[in-house]
Each structure stands twice: as C-alpha cells, then as structure tokens.
Design a protein around this ligand. Structure first.
Ligand SMILES: *Cc1c(COP(=O)(O)O)cnc(C)c1O
Length: 448
C-alpha cells in the first residue's frame, strides 16, 4: 500500500464535521476549536499514530473530553477550607444561581421602575451594610489587593506616608508583598517598631507632617510567637484621630462578625467598632463569596476612595456583585459550614463511608482506615489554628488515580498514606466518593 492510498482513506474534514456528534459539540465549542481538533486527529492518522478508520471515533472522543472552559471541578479532600490552589471559597448554591442569572443582560445599572440609569452595585452595597452593622458605608472592588491599592492611592498616593509595623509587612501567596504593592501607588511605607514588638510610642514618634494614614495589616498566613507585643486597633484609632489621620485596617480574611470557631481572627465589625476608618478584606476567603475586595468604613473616607479615578479600574463586575449579594443574603456559605463542622459528625460520616467501602470491597478492608486529621482554615486566615477532625486513610499510591478521576478528588498525600478529609466535601457527594474510592483501590491493587 502506498502512502497516498493510506492518506486517501483518512476521512475528509467536511465528512467529519457533518457527524451528528460533531454537530452537537458546536453548541459548547466554537467552529474553529472543533475544526482544529478535527485536524489534530487527522494529523495523528497521517503520522500513523492511529489508523484512518479510527479517526471518527477519536474525533468524537476528543470532543467529549473538551469543554469550553478547561477548569475542572474537583472535590477538595484536603481539609483546607480556603485553598488558594483550588479556587478559595466555593460559592453557595444561592450564589451560584445568582451568578448564572446575572450572566445575560441584567439591571446592574438600570432602574426598572423609572427606566433610567441607577447606581451600580447598590444592592450588593446594601447587603454588605446589612451584614456588618457597625459600618457607615461599603464598596466592593475586584479583589482584596485592589481594595488595598485603591485605599492607599486615594489616601496616601504620591508621597504620603503610611505607618506600618515591621511585624505586619507580609508576603501573600506567589511572592506578592503587600508593601511592594502599596509602594507601587507612590505611597511611602514608614516602618514602625520591630518584627516581634511594636509599641504605641513607636507610632507616636513616627508621625510627621507627611503622614497620610496609619495602617494595620492582619497576619493572615503566619503567627509571631514568644516575646511579642503589638498595638490594638482601638489604640491606633485614638492616636490617628488625635492627629486627624485615618486608620486603615487590612484584615484579609473577610470575617464579617466574630466567629467562635476562630476566636483570634479579627472581624470587620469589631475593627470598625474599635474606630477603624477603612477596613479592607477579601470576598473569597472567610466571607465565603466570589473573588472580591470589600471595603467598609466611615462615609467620608469611603466616598473619598470611591471617587478616586482608580476606582473605575478595579470596579466589581456584574457576576461578582450578584454572587456577593447572594452570599451575604443567602444561607450559610460552604466556608462557614466547613469551619463549624462538628468533629463528632465528621467522624460519624467518615466511619459510614469506611463501612460502605469495607462492605463493597472486603478484600481492601484492611487498607481503609479512619484516622484523626486536623483541618485548616488555609491561606485565608486562622494561621496555625487546628480544626480537629477525621479522615479516611488509604494506601499512598491512591492519591494520583484519585486526581485522575472524571471528577478529580484532591486528597492529602503524606508519608505512607493518602488521606481523604470530608470537611470540605458536600454530603451529597458521599455516594460518588464510596464508588470512586472502591474503583481506585481495585485499580491500585491490580497494578501492584
Ligand atoms: C489575602 C490577603 C490580601 C489579598 O486579598 P486578595 O483578595 O487575594 O487580593 C491582602 N491582605 C491580606 C492581609 C490578605 O490576607
């Protein structure tokens, strides 16, 4: 057989595009993406990696694997609630619905009664204010870092000095330093105190005619222990107000009000009651909503920040506004539920899962155990606060095949075990988990 015979047997593009399965794929993929995919399969046949007869089925298989977005929904079995690598806070069902409803044309800046333009984000702002009684005003922007940059720029941009304790000069994920971020606005960071100890007189002596604000940043991802001291929000607020300066507090985590499960974590409401003028936080950490930056504070300061030209560059989009409002007005978000999980309940659920797997796969029973496992708040706050709980322990080689499932399960790989922590997995997934773990155990056994 000559190579041209072989090439002639490869189905033509038109014929492949006319297949019903390929036609139906165009509802979720663009024509260009489908054509490129068809060509890639034809090329594989030209390189003799597959036979010409296999081309149609390979095209269909490739289309089945392709989705318009390649982000894969996963089950977070790590026990880390605000897991930055897994998209931080999962949205509540109410917030998910709101997000979908807002996807088309929506009255985000339009008053349906009068038929004229309305204030963008007014409902999200109202929901923010209801959720935080001590606030006079609120503003939602693109993310926490944007909120900090906007506040810094509006209040201390172009050479104004910000007083910041050396113990609060933090690096968040992926090498981003908040100090660099603030200095990029032209503000000057005036370092106060030492890494472990900062006192009120340190701030007093640092105040000059150039001081624009006092800044306090919550250490979301570390703790300073031992011989330490810091100055409280209330003390800093008094000092700032004595000098006619605002106090800006970045609490990062986005806890709206005090949370008993995290007694040491600062809440926005408390910071405002203690006198903070502006409090900035993330929307997708402990607040449990979409990526957003929330800014709360006194009317005059929020107005000043909202009127700054930069506010337009970091404005909240309609999807975020919808999801944020629904998070604040809807039932308990998944993050809060995971945080408050009763360890006894977690144990009962994990035991039940283990029993189901034991019953379905008696030969694997000795490899499936229930062990103590501490959950974590994650990068969003509560650094080093352990959340007592339990996990299903499987043989370590299970971790990779669990990630390879059609709905990947991301477990904890430790020396000698693969742990499945149910804290962050909705209970309705337990059937899927029992089945998936059984299949993975069988697969791992066969390989061994
Ligand atoms: C997470 C965090 C930020 C950044 O917020 P993003 O929403 O991730 O932009 C800023 N400051 C602190 C203290 C944080 O913990």
């Amino acid at each position: 057989m000559t190579s041209s015979d072989f090439r002639r047997r490869i189905p033509r593009t038109d014929a492949l595009l006319a297949l019903p399965e390929v036609q139906s794929a165009t509802t979720s993929l663009s024509e260009k993406v489908v054509r490129d995919l068809v060509r890639a399969v034809q090329d594989r046949a030209r390189r003799a990696e597959i036979t010409p007869e296999e081309v149609p089925q390979e095209v269909i298989a490739a289309l089945t694997r392709s989705r318009a977005s390649s982000l894969s929904p996963v089950l977070n079995a790590t026990g880390v609630i605000v897991h930055t690598n897994l998209g931080r806070a999962p949205l509540s069902e109410a917030a998910q619905r709101a997000l979908v409803d807002a996807a088309g044309y929506v009255d985000v800046e339009f008053d349906l009664d009068s038929g004229v333009r309305s204030r963008r984000g007014a409902q999200a702002r109202a929901a923010l204010l209801r959720a935080c009684p001590a606030a006079q005003d609120a503003l939602a922007v693109n993310n926490g870092a944007a909120a900090l940059v906007l506040a810094t720029t509006a209040i201390a941009g172009q050479g104004g000095e910000l007083l910041l304790s050396r113990g609060e000069m933090i690096e968040i994920g992926a090498g981003f330093r908040l100090t660099d971020l603030m200095e990029s606005t032209g503000a000057v960071i005036r370092e106060v105190g030492t890494t472990n100890r900062t006192h009120l007189p340190d701030y007093v002596t640092a105040i000059t005619g150039n001081t624009a604000a006092i800044l306090k940043v919550h250490a979301s991802n570390y703790v300073i222990r031992g011989f330490t001291s810091h100055v409280s929000v209330a003390e800093l607020a008094s000092l700032a107000h004595e000098h006619g300066l605002p106090l800006i507090v970045d609490i990062g985590s986005g806890l709206l009000t005090h949370e008993n499960a995290l007694p040491a974590e600062p809440a926005i409401d408390d910071a405002l009651r203690d006198g903070a003028d502006i409090v900035v936080a993330s929307g997708d950490k402990l607040l449990g909503g979409p990526q957003a930056g929330v800014m709360y504070g006194k009317t005059e300061w929020i107005h000043r920040v909202a009127r700054h030209p930069l506010a337009r560059a970091v404005r909240a989009d309609k999807l975020m506004l919808a999801a944020l409002e629904a998070t604040l007005s809807g039932p308990l978000p998944p993050v809060t539920a995971a945080l408050r999980t009763d360890p006894a309940q977690l144990k009962a659920r994990t035991d039940a899962l283990a029993r189901r797997i034991h019953a379905a796969h008696p030969t694997h029973a000795p490899q499936v155990r229930v062990v103590e496992h501490e959950g974590r708040v994650g990068g969003g706050g509560g650094a080093e606060v352990p959340l007592p709980g339990w996990a299903l322990a499987l043989p370590e080689p299970c971790a990779a095949p669990l990630r390879g499932l059609e709905r990947p399960i991301v477990a904890v790989s430790t020396a000698g075990a693969c742990l499945i922590d149910l804290r962050c997995i909705p209970e309705k997934e337990d059937d899927y988990l029992a089945d998936a773990v059984g299949r993975v155990l069988t697969g791992v056994e066969e390989k061994a």
